[in-house]
Structures are given as structure tokens and as C-alpha cells.
Design a protein around this ligand. Structure first.
Ligand SMILES: Cc1cc2nc3c(=O)[nH]c(=O)nc-3n(C[C@H](O)[C@H](O)[C@H](O)COP(=O)(O)OP(=O)(O)OC[C@H]3O[C@@H](n4cnc5c(N)ncnc54)[C@H](O)[C@@H]3O)c2cc1C
Length: 406
């Protein structure tokens, strides 16, 4: 029984949560994903960024899925966006990373926190795919604890002057606009800025290619040297940058978790096919009970992650209608962390079992499941590690006074 994208869409359609426009959008996502498979695979084999992905996604008009229609996007809600990311996940985490950073961490953050002028200037071209967005929080010495960041800014009459570096930035060398975080040299408070990468002093210091996997996604080290950005580049309120950063991650984690559902579906489909035709000891390997055990694990891992992810998306839609509700924000934050923790762990485990089912061919770079294994590992690290997700869930249950870290 193949776990197709169409089956999921049919199931959700029956809940009456999808409108006609949503279905049309998901058809475009499906067609774009089918066409992406070859170039993703070729780029993976060549260990390089897939430069065909953005033109292709733009052609199918799926670069602005959550962006409001006023700014040229589809205005899709979180559940629809989650289903789209699930389909991209079947292709692989390289595409999920590109889309997640551009749409969730970049565009949605700008939509939530930007001024009308910023939104009108940047979002339409982002929705068309004419410009790509990135999100630069991590630094060489500040990962899980962004509040310890060293990047700084000073203020003069008409500009902010930024200095510092940002490490492991997805879309970093291809982005036109980057959401950047830096601390004030006066009071140490962190602010967020939307920075044009053409600004003098903005440097892509290095494209980071020494990754274990995820080759088809661009990752860069950025440096800012006396980079003067206009006052209207401030995103949100001065000194409130961490609120911007954390709200972006709440959204982004749902996207990554959704992508992981797609990874598990693709692993399951590949394994079912393999188990039915690969013969060993005189019968199809699918008739060996221990192979069935692996298949059962992958299938149950998939289903135990699916609902937490959909629930996070549904709760996020509730939050979007009630942004000032602090209690709801805490619940959605916890659900988004829960979804990412479960889905990314399960996806990695599913990919590992899939490699086992494929045997020696599974360990080849030519096998689809081997690609998922190396590409999916990162989902347990970026946008908050497993450990940080666990601490977030625990402190949300125990209460603020039990927070294990600040
Ligand atoms: C391919 C890739 C793409 C990325 N893309 C982006 C991007 O686009 N933008 C961006 O800003 N960042 C990006 N990142 C960075 C990513 O978000 C960080 O790597 C991640 O947040 C972890 O930070 P770190 O690597 O510094 O690890 P560290 O924070 O040094 O953590 C090391 C270990 O210590 C654990 N740890 C840390 N603190 C605690 C604690 N209080 N309690 C228990 N355990 C703890 C961690 O869980 C981890 O196991 C990317 C990373 C990768 C690998």
C-alpha cells in the first residue's frame, strides 16, 4: 500500500479543511516535487547546491505559499503549508531546508514583524522567487544559546552599523535579503534587521561544503564589516530581536517536522517496493519476519509523528487569529517543539531502517534511502537541537521557574 501524497490530501479533504484554491496549490506542489527529483539527485551525487530548484519552484508558483495574497503569495494557512512541506520532504531535506528558510524563517517573519513598507518592497519578489530570503541567528560561538551572540550594532544619525559573523546560514550565499540579529553596543539588547545582501560590508566569507549531507542546500558563513544599513531595516521593535527570532523558529520547526513526514513516506514507499522484488533465501525479503519488523517500525514511526505535526499546524492557525494570546503562544511553541522532536527522530530512525532493508545497496550513494539518511540527520540539530526541544517541552510542563536554561 503506497503512501502517496494524494491519499493524504484526500483524507484531509474529507475533514473539509481544504478549499478549492488549497487543492490547486497542492497540485502545483505535487507537480513541482515530481519534477525536482532528478535535479536534486544529480546535485546530491555531484555534492553541490541544486541551482535548478529555485527557477523550478518559481515556475510552479510555490515560492510564496504562506505569503498573504496582498503581497503576491497564496495566503495558505499553516495546515496547507504543512502538507506542501510534507510533499517536498518526499524529495528530500535539501528542498525542505531551502523552502523552510525562505518561507517560514524569512517571508513569514517579515510578514509578522515587518512594516508595511518593508512588506510591500520585499514580499512580492520573494513570493515570485525573484529573491530568496535567509535567516542568520547562529554564530561560531553562539548556537543553542543565541542570547550569547557577539554580532553587534551601533547607531548613528541615519544608519545602524553592524559588525560580526553568522555561521551555518542556509540560503546564505544566494539570499537577496537576510534576517540578521545583533546586539546593541550600548545596552546589549538584541534587535532584528532585514538586510539587503548587496549592502557594502556584507560578505559571504565561505560556502560551507564540508557537511555530512544536505549538499543540495546552500550553507554559508557570513561576515559583516562596518555594514551600514538604513534605519528602516529594523525588524520589529528595537531590543526585541529575540522575540522575532523565537517566533520564526516556532514556525520553522513545523515546516521541518512536516518535511520529515515526507521523508518517512518516501522511505516506506521505497522499502515496500524493494521488499517485494528483492529475493534472498528463496523468497522475497518482505516475507522474512525481521524485514517485516523494520517495515512495521517505519510505518508506525510515520503515523506516530503525523498527528503531532498536523496538530502543531492547526494550533498555529489558531494562534495566527489570536496573536496576542500569550497562553496559546506557549502551547503552540510546545507543540511545534514536540512535533519537530518526534518527526526528526523518527525520520532519522526510519531512514536508518530503510538502509538496513536495502542492505549493501542501501549504503550506496545511488540509493534513495541512503540520501535520506545523510540528509535527515540535520533535522535533529538545526532550528533547535533534540536536547533544546526536550528542555523546552519539559519547562513548558513544569513552569517557568523550572527552566533548565535561560
Ligand atoms: C546544515 C545546517 C544548516 C543550518 N541553517 C541555519 C540557518 O539557516 N540559520 C541559523 O541561524 N542557523 C542555522 N544552523 C545552525 C543550527 O541552528 C545550530 O547548529 C543549532 O542551533 C545548534 O547550535 P550549535 O551547532 O552551536 O551546537 P551547540 O549549541 O554548541 O550544542 C552542542 C550540543 O550541546 C547541547 N546543548 C547545548 N545547550 C544545552 C543545554 N542547555 N542543555 C543540554 N544540552 C545542551 C546541544 O543540544 C548539542 O547536543 C544550521 C545548521 C546546520 C548544520
Amino acid at each position: 500500500m503506497e503512501e502517496t501524497f494524494q491519499k493524504t490530501v484526500e483524507r484531509v479533504k474529507k475533514l473539509n479543511l481544504l478549499k478549492e484554491d488549497d487543492l490547486k496549490l497542492l497540485q502545483r506542489v505535487d507537480a513541482a516535487s515530481a519534477e525536482l527529483v532528478n535535479s536534486e539527485y544529480e546535485s546530491y551525487l555531484e555534492r553541490k547546491f541544486n541551482d535548478k530548484a529555485i527557477p523550478l519552484l518559481s515556475r510552479y508558483k510555490v515560492m510564496g505559499i504562506p505569503i498573504d495574497r496582498r503581497y503576491g503569495g497564496d495566503g495558505a494557512n499553516s495546515l496547507v503549508h504543512c502538507l506542501a512541506m510534507q510533499r517536498f520532504g518526499q524529495v528530500g531535506m535539501g528542498i525542505v531546508t531551502l523552502v523552510d528558510v525562505h518561507q517560514f524563517l524569512g517571508s513569514l517573519t517579515l510578514q509578522q514583524w515587518g512594516t508595511e513598507e518593508q512588506k510591500q518592497r520585499i514580499l512580492p519578489e520573494a513570493a515570485e522567487g525573484k529573491s530568496v530570503l535567509a535567516y542568520a541567528l547562529t554564530e561560531p560561538e553562539a548556537g543553542s544559546d543565541p542570547s550569547s551572540m557577539a554580532s553587534s550594532f551601533e547607531t548613528n544619525d541615519d544608519a545602524y552599523i553592524l559588525n560580526g559573523s553568522k555561521y551555518l546560514i542556509s540560503n546564505g550565499s544566494i539570499a537577496k535579503y537576510v534576517v540578521v540579529f545583533a546586539r546593541s553596543k550600548i545596552d546589549g539588547a538584541i534587535s532584528a534587521f532585514i538586510v539587503d545582501s548587496k549592502t557594502s560590508g556584507f560578505e559571504v566569507a565561505m560556502r560551507l561544503s564540508e557537511k555530512l549531507g544536505l549538499f543540495t542546500s546552500d550553507t554559508a558563513l557570513l561576515e559583516f564589516h562596518e555594514m551600514a544599513i538604513p534605519k528602516d531595516a529594523l525588524l520589529g521593535k528595537l531590543g526585541k530581536g529575540l522575540s522575532v527570532a523565537y517566533s520564526a523558529l516556532l514556525n520553522g520547526r513545523i515546516g521541518i517536522a512536516s518535511g520529515c513526514i515526507g521523508v518517512m513516506e518516501d522511505c516506506l514507499n521505497s522499502c515496500v517496493e524493494r521488499a517485494k522484488y528483492r529475493m534472498q533465501h528463496g523468497k522475497e525479503i518482505g516475507k522474512h519476519q525481521l524485514i517485516q519488523k523494520h517495515l512495521a517500525h517505519i510505518a508506525t514511526d510515520l503515523e506516530s509523528a503525523r498527528w503531532p505535526v498536523y496538530l502543531a499546524a492547526i494550533m498555529k492557525d489558531e494562534l495566527d487569529a489570536d496573536l496576542k494570546n500569550a497562553e496559546l503562544l506557549r502551547s503552540v511553541d510546545r507543540q511545534s517543539a514536540t512535533a519537530k522532536l518526534i518527526a526528526s527522530r523518527n525520520a532519522y530512525d526510519a531512514a536508518d531502517r530503510a538502509v538496513q532493508i536495502f542492505g549493501g545497496f542501501g549504503y550506496s550513494i545511488l540509493s534513495p534511502v541512503g540520501k535520506h539518511l545523510v540528509d535527515t540527520r540535520v533535522a535533529r540539530i538545526y532550528e533547535g537541537t533534540d536536547e533544546i526541544m526536550e528542555l523546552k517541552v519539559a519547562s513548558s510542563i513544569l513552569g517557568k521557574e523550572f527552566e533548565a536554561y535561560k
